[in-house]
Every structure is written in C-alpha cells, then in structure tokens.
Design a protein around this ligand. Sequence first.
Ligand SMILES: Cc1cc2nc3c(=O)[nH]c(=O)nc-3n(C[C@H](O)[C@H](O)[C@H](O)COP(=O)(O)OP(=O)(O)OC[C@H]3O[C@@H](n4cnc5c(N)ncnc54)[C@H](O)[C@@H]3O)c2cc1C
Length: 448
Amino acid sequence: MKSEFDICIIGAGMAGATIAAYLAPKGIRIALIDHCYKEKKRIVGELLQPGAVASLAQMGLGHLLDGFDAQPVDGYALIQGDEKTTVPYPPDCKGMGLHNGRFLQKIRASALLNNTVTQIHGKALQLLENDRHEIIGVSYRESITSQIKTIHAPLTITSDGFFSNFREHLSNNQKTVTSYFIGIILKDCEMPFPKHGHVFLSGPTPFICYPISNNEVRLLIDFPGEQLPRKQLLQDHLDTNVTPYMPACMRHSYEQALQEGGFKVMPNHYMAAKPIIRKGAVMLGDALNMRHPLTGGGLTAVFSDIQILSAHLLAMPDFGNTDLIHEKIEAYYRDRQHANANLNILANALYGVMSNDLLKTAVFKYLQCGGVNAQESIAILAGLNRNHYSLIKQFFFLAMFGAFDLIRENSLNITKASKILVDAFAIIKPLAKNELSFAAVVSGYFKK
Ligand SMILES: Cc1cc2nc3c(=O)[nH]c(=O)nc-3n(C[C@H](O)[C@H](O)[C@H](O)COP(=O)(O)OP(=O)(O)OC[C@H]3O[C@@H](n4cnc5c(N)ncnc54)[C@H](O)[C@@H]3O)c2cc1C
C-alpha cells in the first residue's frame, strides 16, 4: 500500500524536530507528531558543545542558533578552592549557551515551513504492526478531538525523549538514575570567566554553570543518589554543599535566585543503546541512548545520530523498498555506536571522577598543566575527537598522573596512589564494556 508519508516522527523534541528540519527540504514527506508544541522552560540541552554546533552547521541548520540571544562559549573553567584554571576549546571552535525552549521553537518553525511536513497535535499511543510483526505506523489520540487516529509510513522514528513509551518494543535496555540536577537561573551574574562553562570542584559534589542569554547563567547542581530529593533535603544540600563554595562574584545573584525559589529538578540517566532492530522503526535521541549531562554531550550525540541516520536514508532512491530501509537502519545503529561511545563514556566517567576526592584533584591538576593532554581531553569533551584510543589513553594518563603526583608529594602516599588507579579502573571498566569493543580501541590507535 502506498503511504501518504515516507516517515512518521513521534516526538517533535530536539531529535524529532531537528531531523524533520533537515530531511523535509530534501523532499521527504514527514508526519510530525507531538502532544505539545508550546515553548517550554526546561533545564536540559542548554549548552551545545562545539561538536553539536559543527553538526548543525554541516546540516545547513547553523542559522537556527541566531536571533534568540544564544551566547558563544570559548572553553571550560575549573575551580577548586582558591585555584582556577581554564581550558580553551580547539581554535575556531565554539560552543553555545542558550534557552532550550527558544531553540526548540526555532527548530520546529524551520521544520514546519516545509510543505512536506504535516504537523500533528496528538499523543502517540501504539506502534501499528502488520501480520509479519513489521511496524507500519502509529496510532495517536488527536489533541483537539480526542479521537484515536492512525498514521501509516514505511519508517517510524521514535524520538519521544527520556520517558519514551516505545523504548520497550525497540530496545533491550534498562535505564539507571545516576543523580539529579537542580537547575537555577542566576540573573545578572558575573561568572569568574565570561564566555566559559564552569565546573566547581570545591564542594563534595560538583556544580556547573554557563551563560544561556546575555544576562542569565544556568546553574546546575548535582544531587547524588537515585532518589528524588525532598524539599528539606534539597535545602540542606544547598546550604551545606553549595552555598559555602559559591564564588564571591556569583553570590549575590545566587542568593537572590534562592530567595525567588522555583528551581527545577531533573533525573540524570545513564542508558547505553541496546536496540532491538525491527523492520519499519528506528529510535533517535534520549529514547535510545542517555548519558550523564555533566559534560553537555546529549545534543552532540543527538545531532550526530541525525547526520548518520539521514546519510543512510538519503542514499536510498526512495522509501519504497522496506528491505532496503531495514538495511539502512542496521547501518545507522552500527555507525552511531562508534560515533557516540566517547561521549557516553566520558560523561559518566567524569561524573565518577568528580565524585572521588583523589581523582577530582588529579583531573584539576592534569588540566592545569595544559599542553597536548589538556588539548586532547577538551577535544573529546567538545565532541570533536571521537577516537576511542584517545579517550582510553587520556583516562589512564590522568590516573597515572594522579598516582605519581601523590607519590611525588610524599612517598608514604603509596596506598592512596594505588587507590587512584584501582578507582579509575573501576569507573571506566563497566562503561567501556558497555560502549566499546577491543577492536575499536586498537583501530583507534592506528587512526590517531
Ligand atoms: C538535567 C539535564 C541537563 C542537560 N543538559 C544538556 C546540555 O547542556 N547540553 C546537551 O547537549 N544535552 C543536555 N542534556 C541532554 C539533552 O537535553 C537531551 O539529550 C535531548 O534533549 C534529547 O532530545 P530528545 O528529542 O530525545 O528528547 P526531548 O527533547 O525531550 O523531546 C521529546 C519530545 O517527545 C514528545 N513526546 C513524548 N512522548 C510523546 C508521545 N507519546 N506522543 C507525542 N509526542 C511525545 C515530547 O513532548 C517532546 O517534545 C541534558 C539532560 C538533562 C537531564
């Protein structure tokens, strides 16, 4: 049966709207479904690493960052006690700090400008299957009428975000909550280093900040554990683990924001991509794969996935051959694993490092030394270096550096030095096992 659409996209969020904006001008007929097209105030996806900015530019969508007060970011600043250091992004590379809701509205508007996109207001309910258990579309409840309707397409993209309803049919994975982020906006705040992402390491748990408009800074405070913090616990956490470590230049804006209240709290998930490959459907975005947001790697992964999936789909003459679509989906899952492994491992490994006193000090001193190791590390964080060998090498250099530094300070530190190495190995091993193959690391060595 010939369908009215080539692709049905469930979820017009960062992933769904962006792939629609990219594919629609190329003549692909898209049904884009979401239950809410209003601008939301979210604390997610507000720092685009240079890798994400570069992907947007490569897709011809770089202009979507213009006109809503997005702020260029030149690199990272680390602050531990009285010591401060900065690590610039590679030359000619910039990140962007922005209001996610404003950015998403621009992406959606760009997608909806195309007459190849049909906007559907509704909540997707169920994937439709034929008698061969192939997915042939989706049923949804239309927002205005509450009627149940169906859309048929040879390919359904499920990009319904981190609470995905469709994940269980298309993926093997279990998600885990690593910690929570408490999001606060600081108005008219002077950061120690303008145009930089900041990581504050002085307290027992990390907090980060970056500009999201010309007079607003997003502060994200980590709250460790799997349980949503209750109000009193949250207040105690701020009083004990954050307020004393807030730099003087930020304190006034911070205290004002605390008085105004209205913070948002979001869970931070880790979920490696373990897709079940089924004919007629493919997963994109947080529905498929999540990592800790400490490194702001989410949208770098999302945009990179969009480029990979689109390149495979655009290589087909049309959407008439379901076997060929299936081959392209397999190729996408294979290629994206390699492209995103560094982002996924680094995000959760760095979170492990920041939660470990010895490793936290080691990472600060390691980056403070500057030079090629700091440059290679920041290029991995920026999503520009996807070589697995580089990542594993830098992680072990860091652990060795920390161990030798402790022994250099005092030869009696041998126990602590061994602990650093054991802890580093314990952090990286399960992540590498989930995300990498030995062959991929070895081939990275020859490609470096
Ligand atoms: C606290 C936090 C901070 C983060 N900070 C950053 C950062 O600074 N930089 C970065 O790069 N990444 C960051 N991320 C990650 C990043 O935000 C996500 O990877 C990205 O938003 C995922 O996009 P998505 O399209 O998969 O999901 P979303 O953008 O959440 O979109 C999902 C869409 O699906 C729709 N939907 C859901 N269910 C249905 C349904 N049944 N029917 C119809 N529509 C439906 C929703 O309405 C929504 O529009 C952060 C994540 C967290 C948790």
